[in-house]
Design a protein around this ligand. Structure first.
Ligand code: PAF
Length: 276
């Protein structure tokens, strides 16, 4: 496994990789969710590139860029056996003096996470477009946990004729259902217990859907009531939307994306489930 910090060297080594090339972009502090993407990339390609870059442009001014968990040595040890190249550029390498371009997807970036985190997706699409240009993967892998991110990146790749396939992989969960996330590390033991209510509310939505409930407001209301019973939880949004346009639904038609952002103490967590 080679660890590379410069764009020029990444480009050079890219030429020597066996095709097809699978790519997993990450912000590091890897967990089983990331590793499932890397394993799928390994299974479906001859070469695997993983990037580790905590991208400052996707964090808002009051968000956790500085405190975002980092542990490069641990990350590299986890990747060693399954990765050909780890691309780990510095902020100055990705955004040199004078950098002044953005890649922006339209309407769908204003909804859900985009409504709560203005500018977030512009930062994501700009850095992912740069990474795609540098790594030139055959396939790139993203987690379903960041459902809106995956939809937006697929749209960017299609709209801008990027020559790759964007693959979405299932969410990996803890035994109590909490979606794996690097931010789970912020939770103290009491908050960690409380966070299980998020998956509980998704399961409730799925149960109601299986029983034949199609009124989106009624499902949103029941989810809200369940979460509000947990004193440490504070809802940012609960959405039942069309899985592609991300427009809110009155009547639940499959595939519908049930998604939410909930603060547990100071930690903002997101999760979702698709009703099909
Ligand atoms: O999902 C993430 O970790 C990030 O948003 C990504 C795709 C690596 C871009 O910085």
């Amino acid at each position: 496994m080679k660890v590379i910090e410069s764009i020029a060297e990444m480009r050079q080594l890219r030429q020597q990789l066996r095709e097809p090339v699978g790519f997993v972009p990450t912000m590091g502090y890897l967990h089983k969710g990331h590793m499932s993407l890397v394993r799928q990339a390994r299974n479906e390609n001859k070469s695997v590139v993983v990037s580790i870059f905590v991208n400052p442009t996707q964090f808002g001014p009051k968000e956790d860029f500085k405190g975002y968990p980092r542990d490069t040595q641990r990350d590299l040890a986890m990747l060693e056996a399954v990765t050909d190249i780890v691309f780990m550029p510095s902020v100055a390498e990705m955004y040199p003096e004078g950098f002044d371009s953005r890649v922006e997807v339209g309407e769908i970036t204003g909804r859900l996470e985009g409504a709560s985190r203005p500018g977030h997706f512009r930062g994501v699409t700009t850095v992912v477009a740069k990474l795609f240009n540098i790594v030139q993967p055959t396939k790139a892998y993203f987690g379903q946990k960041d459902a809106q991110q995956a939809v937006i990146i697929k749209k960017m790749a299609a709209d801008l004729d990027m020559n790759l396939e964007v693959v979405t992989c299932p969410t990996v969960r803890e035994p109590d259902g909490l979606a794996m996330s690097s931010r789970n590390t912020y939770l103290n033991p009491e908050e960690r217990r409380a966070a299980a209510v998020i998956y509980g509310s998704l399961k409730l939505a799925q149960e109601r859907w299986s029983e034949g409930e199609r009124n989106a407001d009624r499902i949103r209301k029941e989810m809200t009531e369940l979460i509000e019973k947990e004193p440490l939880a504070d809802i940012d949004y609960i959405s039942i939307a069309d899985a592609e346009s991300l427009e809110e639904l009155d009547r639940v038609e499959p595939p519908a994306l049930v998604s939410m952002a909930v603060r547990i103490g100071k930690t903002r967590l997101i999760d979702n489930m698709v009703l099909e």
